[in-house]
Design a protein around this ligand. Sequence first.
Ligand code: GLU
Length: 447
Amino acid sequence: MKLDEKLEPIYQDVLKRNPGETEFHQAVLEVLESLGPVVVKHPEYLERKIIERICEPERQIIFRVPWQDDKGQVHINRGFRVEFNSALGPYKGGLRFHPSVYLGIIKFLGFEQIFKNSLTGLPIGGGKGGSDFDPKGKSDDEIMRFCQSFMTELYRHLGEHTDVPAGDIGVGGREIGYMFGQYKRIVNRWEAGMLTGKGLKWGGSLVRTEATGYGATFFIDEALKVRKDSFKGKTCLVSGSGNVAIYTIEKIHQLGGKCVACSDSGGVIYHEKGLDLDLIKQLKEVERRRIEDYVKYHKDAVYKKNGNIWEIPCQVAMPSATQNEINGKDAALLVKNGCIAVGEGANMPTTPEGVKVFLDAKTAYGPGKAANAGGVATSALEMQQNAQRDSWTFEFTEQKLAAIMSNIHNLCYETSAEYGAPGNYVLGANIAGFIKVADAMVAHGLV
Ligand code: GLU
């Protein structure tokens, strides 16, 4: 899609003001490309410079995180929290611990989060944070010391009505526990709603662990329903083997599909008769091992070191690892091999060339900001339970998640149809997500 001539200078300005932040540029361009028809309909957004404002984070925090390893060696990492937009609620979004993290990654994630959170229909603004700390190979004690040091700076920016982090890549229940403990110790308050993804015994919500994967599967299930189709009998690929991948596989299997492959940064597991999810959970969640060990337990499965999962023929692909993991070639191969639906559990896993291939092929393509919104939506449900000092059952919470995902799907579909491209969920998600935030910003005046 071409950028509207009124939006081009705004994009050029983003490039100039944020040099070298390629992932952020990519995320901004993808949204601006959808907004051409919106600013024609709503000239007030241009007059009030809503788009320029939305592209500029409200606040960016960068800080030093010193910590000591088990041998007493000192290490220095960099911590980030980008508080992007609070028009709809307190900043909300995860923390990512990964060596690839730098400001450009956190800003792309924070920017996406604004629209994703808007689509959930729940009162949450957009933010994201993290560190270039690499949790791989670290002991439990090292993780704890790092989390404590990270929170010792970050705590002053957080609060249930201000900014509410959660997990993302490299941050799960264990890390959230250590960060919650340190926050509580510093502020001397047991403030449940300042962090989500908490343990079930201390303020967490049932279904939060499963929510991103379940939600992405629900979204694609809705998209398949529009085509009078379902997951039954479908061969599926799920990249990654972390929390999002695991619960995507679980829900697909519950809905009658068969996942034949998953992966990690080392390689791909292919198991033609269907993945053994209990084994994957044991290896990844309990023992924190690499996915290559899967073949030690299943002689008929294959491990391909540095393999490309997208070469395996499938009908449904669920990229659930990381950004830009499907390029134009991979997308073309998927389509050629018969893939009819793609649901993004990860954030921005498809490159712009890949997205174009899926849209041209009329693939049921659910972009991350719509398809993976179930995670943050369930975080907002966790906040609701915390505010009520209540905890809901698994069934009740899952029903709420399913209803939210169905609403997001329908909102994106109806918006895509309203703007003349029914079934283009990229357009639908960007426009619907944007308008709600833009209208709130207009109502709040020049702030
Ligand atoms: N990191 C997740 C996301 O990308 C979840 C954020 C949250 O629960 O706040 O949406």
